[in-house]
Design a protein around this ligand. Sequence first.
Ligand code: ADE
Ligand code: ZN
Length: 338
Amino acid sequence: MTMTIEKFINGIPKAELHVHIEGTFEPELMFKIAQRNNIKIKFKSVEELRKAYDFNNLQEFLDIYYDGTSVLIHEQDFYDMTWAYIEKLHSQNVIHAEIFFDPQTHTDRGIQFSTVITGIHKALINAEKEFGMSAKLIMCFLRHLDEEQAFQTLEHSLAYKDWIEAVGLDSSEVGHPPSKFQRVFKKAQDEGFLTVAHAGEEGPPEYVWEAIDLLNVARIDHGNRALEDDALVQLLAQKQIPLTVCPLSNLKLRVVDKLKNHPLKRMMNNNLLVTINSDDPAYFGGHLNENYIKLAKALYLTKGDIYLLAKNSFNASFLSDAEKLNYIKQVDDYQKQS
Ligand code: ADE
Ligand code: ZN
């Protein structure tokens, strides 16, 4: 019996480590919530909105993505958005997720920090109860805003420390190097948070160095441009600092021109600890399994590669060693029986 690569990918237990909850917000749900909150959307229909999802770079995407969040007002809205994503994960055999949220996108519109995080958190608790799925939250600072605003956000988060595993850094990369947030990240670490940062998506390898040296990150989000610097590749390999790579995001935001030219296989050949992720699945044409499948087809990945990538997704996670072992056993069992 030979299983197709597609079927193998669909069934393999895996973790998602790089997804923005606001990026999972599907147009259908956006329109539904807009209606119940009496908010007008710029676009006439779901179809028209989807047509606008055509981007030349990160900034063009971010402008539409931040706009889409304007319909989220109540705790229930954040719950519904998160729950819809959890159901999708469950349908794709994703059994653990580490999820970004951007509180500043909401607090800057007058929504309370507590409203945002409570809605999201309740959905994650229900994911555990209904599906036995584990999840962790990563709070991102918007790097196009200033240090002071990031400090204020960190201050807000302290009352919810138990619900947040790590802090991260996202939004417009070029012109906003990690060094801008060195002091905020130091305070976050003193408060007990782990750290991650988007780096090397559009920004240069120097930003990846800064994320490691100045922000002490446990993982790099994206990291594509690290490959331009041999010494950096060597360090990432030697320290096994994970890169959370997002193939369909890279394609849609023109970080790569075609999936055939995606650097994932080169990263694997350089012994980097890489994982496949969806970033903003509602905007980039696919959830986690579609990212695996489309990339596998473009790069001729083998079942052995997929097996390694699925194991990497747990090894690169913020789960405890015992939890990692337990999840990786599930990957092994799947591989043996397929
Ligand atoms: N926010 C949501 N998706 C992002 C990405 N790919 N890069 C930076 N910030 C983001
Ligand atoms: Zn991202």
